[in-house]
Design a protein. Structure first.
Length: 144
């Protein structure tokens, strides 16, 4: 344990010399870097107005950013998000009604089998990850 601490301290010390003590511990972007990124983005947009740079990844489904564990009987915006992802990922044609019923459960099982992940009909961390990835691929929906 002591070696790991000494090695970490050896890596942090040069960082502190470069930007002061805060440089080794701060994870925030400095104002000058933020200004550079903002001005570069503005310059790009001015030169190429039809290709404005996006602020971040664009999600095909925008019901919620929450990713709770879902199972039959779950309801709400997270279920709508999962149903939207299933529609986009495999062309499921589910009603995005926010009700995790039998049809959504069976479609989830089919997706899990298709993605070669644990097949349990529930949507947890692994299934959310695969759903988001598959649904947002440019070549979606996929045939299984």
């Amino acid at each position: 344990m002591r070696r790991a601490f000494v090695a970490a301290a050896a890596l942090i010390a040069p960082l502190a010399l470069l930007g002061g003590p805060a440089a080794a511990t701060s994870h925030e972007t400095s104002p000058s870097v933020s200004a550079s990124v903002t001005s570069a983005r503005a310059e790009h947009t001015a030169r190429h107005p039809s290709t404005a740079l996006p602020r971040g990844p664009v999600d095909v489904c925008n019901h919620t950013d929450l990713r709770p564990n879902l199972e039959r009987g779950s309801q709400g915006r997270a279920v709508q998000q999962a149903q939207c992802y299933l529609n986009a990922a495999i062309g499921a044609d589910l009603a995005e009604d926010g009700d995790f019923g039998r049809v959504t459960q069976n479609t989830t099982r089919f997706f899990q089998q298709c993605a070669d992940i644990t097949v349990d009909g529930r949507i947890g961390a692994q299934t959310w990850s695969f759903l988001a990835f598959w649904a947002n691929r440019p070549d979606a929906p996929f045939d299984c």
